[in-house]
Design a binder for this molecule. Structure first.
Ligand SMILES: CC(C)(COP(=O)(O)OP(=O)(O)OC[C@H]1O[C@@H](n2cnc3c(N)ncnc32)[C@H](O)[C@@H]1OP(=O)(O)O)[C@@H](O)C(=O)NCCC(=O)NCCS
Length: 152
């Protein structure tokens, strides 16, 4: 990551997929999406919206949301290790929440691994509260998901 460079938040495009794939596998392991899965996600512009965080043309982070009716779901948020703890995860999440609101959502849900303290802390600081638990949601039944919710 180039130090001190401005980070632009832009709509994610198909050309960003190759750049994120190595990080996707490293961050999400067995839950990692494929490049073709991302292409399908990006093509569904009616229900989904993805953002990328870039410095120059280097991809530092990405995030996506789905809006159906008046309810939204955060689908993914990722920041590359070298760019963490500089506010990019929060900026990406805020961008998704703004777009969900603009599309008419009044509430938003997400799932996060019970052992993912960094992400839970980000979401809690953005007003999300735990509303449930999904036993065995990740890693072939080995790891539970915390379900979090906030109004928009
Ligand atoms: C979770 C993740 C997206 C956060 O991205 P980030 O750019 O580092 O987050 P930010 O710098 O915007 O941090 C915002 C807040 O989140 C919390 N947070 C972020 N990382 C944290 C950590 N390692 N430990 C504790 N709290 C953390 C803090 O409250 C932080 O605010 P602060 O820096 O003012 O204390 C990033 O760690 C990541 O990509 N992790 C791997 C993928 C992942 O787990 N995604 C979420 C799946 S549900």
């Amino acid at each position: 990551m180039s130090r001190g460079a401005e980070i632009a938040i832009v709509p994610m495009r198909a050309e960003h997929i190759d750049a994120l794939m190595p990080y996707e596998r490293e961050m999400f392991g067995a839950e990692a999406w494929t490049a073709s899965g991302y292409r399908t996600e990006l093509a569904d512009t009616e229900r989904r919206y993805y953002l990328a965080g870039l410095t120059g043309d280097e991809l530092l982070g990405w995030a996506g949301v789905m809006v159906i009716g008046d309810s939204a779901e955060i689908l993914t948020v990722g920041v590359i290790p070298a760019a963490r703890r500089h506010g990019l995860g929060r900026r990406l999440l805020d961008g998704l929440l703004d777009e969900a609101r603009r599309r008419g959502a009044v509430e938003v849900f997400l799932e996060v691994r019970v052992d993912n303290e960094a992400a839970q802390s980000l979401y809690a600081s953005e007003g999300f509260a735990q509303v449930g638990l999904r036993p065995g949601y990740y890693d072939a039944g080995r790891v539970d998901a915390v379900v979090m919710h906030r109004e928009l």
